[in-house]
Ligand binder design. Structure first.
Ligand code: HEM
Length: 547
């Protein structure tokens, strides 16, 4: 295995969902599908007969257990917007035997993401898929109150000092990768066509391991670590989400890789303690997590730390790879914005000889257009389209969210799932002008919708401390790409540093061109866990240095 074996990241995922109906039948679930037409008619009739007024309306479907799986799986946003027209902001759909209630709009996001821990549980929604990948005892395999403290440990690890040490390391990874792996040089300036998500996946893991994961992980990326990562990632698919344990090779590989990767981190910690290596004194998360103690006096064990390291790796990998890919594709599609971004780099960092001063921590705040590009990309391509919680006690829906024609307010029953889809309010034509158009300049209008939504998300509104420091609750903002409430992302600051340094490196050195087969902007692949571009091809040509 080598770096290039990471290239398949995310791609094998497609096949898992493609084969879903076929797999379902192989595990005997198809017996639940009615065979004779009488039974089928009866089931269909039940959907149109008067129903319990306290339950949210159910999305009409033909096949009982399968429900709306195909409709939702193909394009969840189309599904959400169309259902909203028919049923209002709150409705239930059936997904492979589960009842999923969707609550849309800022109020819907607030209902779910701002829900009390006595009503909604992320652990109950996610642990079957995350625990076999991360390992036991952390994240969703422990009480929520412990997760909140783990998030505090991670947040403390991402200190200003740590973040300030990252930009030169990320730039060095970019330089090495573009020259050594992609083969660009003054005599070989391109154009070279790349599949952008494949290249970004590699660059994100290289730069995350050089910074967050630590020197030893970076050094092993060319060998066994890549293999563990690949197999673990194969356990993080829509199929795993629906079926925690199947007798399939990918599940066995996942379990083996989890143990190997966890042991790998233990070994690094042991060696560092023995003084055989000190991680170069860098500000990595492994160093930050050692010595952390829960409020009740119990320290994090090495095994806990190893499992948190895996969680951090998985949390940032596809989210940041997808975001950087979409941003670059849009820049290739909109030369006017790419030119403006290049000019911004020249204005802020250009030297008289045509070279650029390196990006340093703090610079990202001055890169106004760069920030707008990342924000706008996250607005219409939020990597996570549906955020799940399990309902653990009956949940009343406020009257303002129930359909206007209903006199009663809804109650979401225990054991349903509730879904927030912040992407719906982020692309809602009722809220945003030209909602589906990627237009980064909307973020520079200080009085515009974007600025107000961002303000509500980052600094405005109610402040809360869930155990990892004070944050804006942000649950009612129409823009929340990093989630909101107690499960809000703690990797946002790192993601902005990583994304802006990588995009700055690319725009300074390369001009971009879209190379999709039809010449159009790529469509979206929703069949993966993370929202990805379909056939995201583009070419890069090395710029001539201006003197
Ligand atoms: C949580 C998005 C990068 C670590 C979340 C959530 C979202 C999100 C939507 C909320 C999930 C939920 O409520 O169920 C993103 C995006 C990223 C990104 C869009 C990059 C563009 C990262 C990075 C790290 C990270 C780089 C690690 C350094 C976490 C953690 C949580 C989280 C620890 C908390 C999970 C919880 O409390 O349940 N992220 N993330 N994320 N993210 Fe990120």
């Amino acid at each position: 295995p080598s770096i290039s074996s990471l290239g398949s990241l995310g791609h094998n995922r497609v096949s898992h969902f493609d084969h879903l109906p076929q797999r379902i039948s192989t595990i005997g679930m198809s017996t639940q599908v009615p065979r004779d037409s009488e039974e089928k008619t009866e089931r269909l009739m039940r959907q149109v007969l008067p129903r319990d007024k306290n339950l949210p309306p159910v999305v009409f479907h033909y096949i009982p257990w399968f429900g709306s799986a195909a409709y939702y799986g193909e394009d969840p946003y189309k599904f959400y917007f169309e259902c909203r027209e028919k049923y209002g902001d709150v409705f239930t759909f059936v997904l492979l035997g589960r009842n999923i209630t969707v609550a849309l709009g800022p109020k819907g996001n607030n209902l779910s993401l701002g829900g009390k821990t006595t009503q909604v549980s992320a652990e109950e929604a996610y642990k079957h898929v995350t625990t076999p990948v991360f390992g036991k005892g952390v994240v969703y395999d422990c009480p929520n109150e412990m997760l909140m403290q783990q998030k505090k440990f991670i947040k403390n690890g991402l200190s200003t000092e740590a973040l300030a040490s990252y930009p030169p390391l990320i730039t060095a990874e970019c330089e090495h990768y573009f020259e050594k792996e992609l083969g660009f040089s003054p005599t070989s300036p391109g154009p070279k066509t790349i599949e952008v998500f494949k290249i970004m996946s590699q660059l994100i893991i290289l730069s995350a391991s050089r910074t967050l994961q630590g020197k030893e992980v970076r050094e092993s990326l060319d060998s066994k670590f890549a293999e563990y990562f690949h197999d673990l990632d194969g356990g993080f698919t829509p199929l795993n989400f629906m079926f925690p344990n199947l007798p399939l090779p990918s599940y066995r590989k996942r379990d083996k890789a989890q143990k190997s990767m966890s042991d790998f981190y233990l070994n690094i910690m042991q060696k560092r303690r023995e003084g055989a290596t000190d991680g170069d004194g860098s500000f990595d998360m492994l160093a930050a997590l050692q010595g952390c103690v829960y409020r009740n006096g119990v320290p994090l064990t090495d095994r806990d730390i190893a499992h948190m390291m895996i969680a951090i790796l998985m949390a940032g990998q596809h989210t940041s790879s997808a975001t950087s890919s979409w941003a670059l594709l849009h820049l290739a599609h909109r030369p006017d914005v790419a030119d403006a971004l290049y000019e911004e780099q020249k204005t802020l960092f250009g030297n008289p000889d045509g070279s650029f001063r390196p990006v340093e921590y703090g610079d990202e705040k001055r890169m106004t257009l760069m920030n707008s590009i990342i924000r706008e990309t996250l607005r219409i391509h939020a990597p996570i389209h549906s955020i799940y919680r399990k309902v653990i006690s009956p949940m009343p829906v406020p009257a303002s969210l129930s359909a206007p024609s209903e006199s009663a307010t809804y109650i979401i029953p225990k054991d349903y799932y509730i879904v927030a889809a912040p992407g719906v309010s982020a692309m809602d034509p009722r809220i945003w002008k030209d909602a589906n158009v990627w237009e980064p300049f909307r973020w520079s209008d200080e009085k515009g919708t974007a600025a107000m939504a961002l303000n509500e998300y980052t600094t405005g509104g109610e402040k809360m401390d869930y155990g990892f420091g004070q944050v804006s609750k942000g649950t009612e903002s129409p823009y929340q790409p990093f989630g909101a409430g107690r499960h809000r992302c703690v990797g946002e600051a790192f993601a902005y540093v990583q994304l802006s340094v990588i995009i700055a490196y690319i725009i300074r050195n390369y001009s971009l061109r879209l190379e999709t087969p039809d010449g159009l902007f790529p469509k979206t692949n929703y069949r993966t866990m993370i929202v990805l571009p379909l056939n995201g091809l583009m070419s890069l040509t090395k710029r001539k240095q201006e003197v």
